[in-house]
Design a protein. Structure first.
Length: 293
């Protein structure tokens, strides 16, 4: 990032690291996701979390893709869970996944998770019962959309959902002609009534919680590429794991994600950039942020 002064004054910056600290001081992140043919989604989410300062990142994935996930990044810990014939989680994976949530600080649920009755049951249980902050993205949002709308108000801990417009329409059906402003108004209502944080992705992504709303100024159309949302979820989880509250973390993560996307566009072009390029540009953004602290 060429101009660190571009950092918005209304955002909370990165927490400073203590000289005497260990990896356990910076958050243990649990990523629950993946399915046959979708090993890259949870792995990229985990890698983005590591690049964003998380102390430890674990992947809980179907056993059929565990080896593939392990090969993406040696910094990630991978736990193989029972998988079904279609390559998604088996219902028998539920207990071990839920047990692991008691050992983590933040959960990301959904990247590359696929769709099945077992997936729906796992997502529903994590939404309702996990005590720690949890980010629900991608296929987890589709699973929540099959439940009663009241589920969004039934959660044991802080919740963040990160839908793009298509996922939002599935979660909260609206007339197809609804414009962006109408969708954002609906997102603000859901966030307030459900006591959750909604990150409605798109140009000038909206972050809303309670009576507070904020639009992100960074990012570009080149970020409309597979895996970009997984990267955002990883950044967000890492910032929560380092002590930011969910609203501040969501705003800062969105800004960092967009700034890294802008750096990737400068380096590779909007046409050629990939989600992996966004991860590779994260150090540039964090170096700039460190200069401000």
């Amino acid at each position: 990032m060429d101009n660190p002064s571009f950092f918005p004054n209304d955002l909370v910056g990165l927490p400073k690291r203590k000289s005497l600290s260990s990896k356990t001081d910076y958050g243990r992140i649990l990523v629950v996701g993946g399915a046959a043919g979708m090993a890259g989604a949870p792995a990229m989410c985990g890698s983005a979390a590591m690049r964003s300062g998380a102390g430890l990142v674990e992947l809980s994935v179907p056993e059929c893709i565990a080896v593939a996930c392990t090969g993406f990044d040696p910094c990630l810990m991978t736990h193989a869970r029972p998988s079904s014939e279609n390559g998604t989680f088996s219902l028998s994976a539920l207990d071990s996944i839920l047990e692991r949530t008691t050992r983590c600080d933040v959960i990301v649920c959904g990247p590359g998770m696929g769709r099945s009755e077992a997936v729906r049951a796992i997502v529903s249980l994590l939404w309702r019962e996990a005590l720690v902050p949890a980010v629900f993205d991608a296929d987890a949002i589709s699973a929540l959309a099959t439940e009663s709308p009241t589920i969004l108000q039934q959660h044991a801990g802080p919740r963040i959902i990160t839908p793009h417009e298509g996922e939002w329409r599935r979660l909260q059906p609206t007339p197809q002609q609804s414009d962006r402003k109408s969708l954002e108004t609906a997102a603000e209502t859901v966030a307030r009534c459900g006591n959750i944080t909604v990150l409605l992705k798109g140009s000038r992504t909206l972050v809303t919680q309670g009576d507070r709303s904020w639009h992100n100024p960074t990012g570009n159309p080149g970020m409309a590429t597979a895996g970009s949302g997984d990267v955002l979820s990883g950044i967000l989880a890492a910032l929560i794991g380092q002590g930011l509250d969910t609203f501040d973390a969501a705003r800062l993560a969105t800004w960092i994600h967009g700034a890294a996307g802008d750096a990737a566009a400068r380096r590779f072009s909007q046409v050629s950039m990939t989600a992996r390029d966004i991860i590779d540009c994260l150090p540039e953004i964090f170096l700039s942020l460190e200069k401000l602290s």
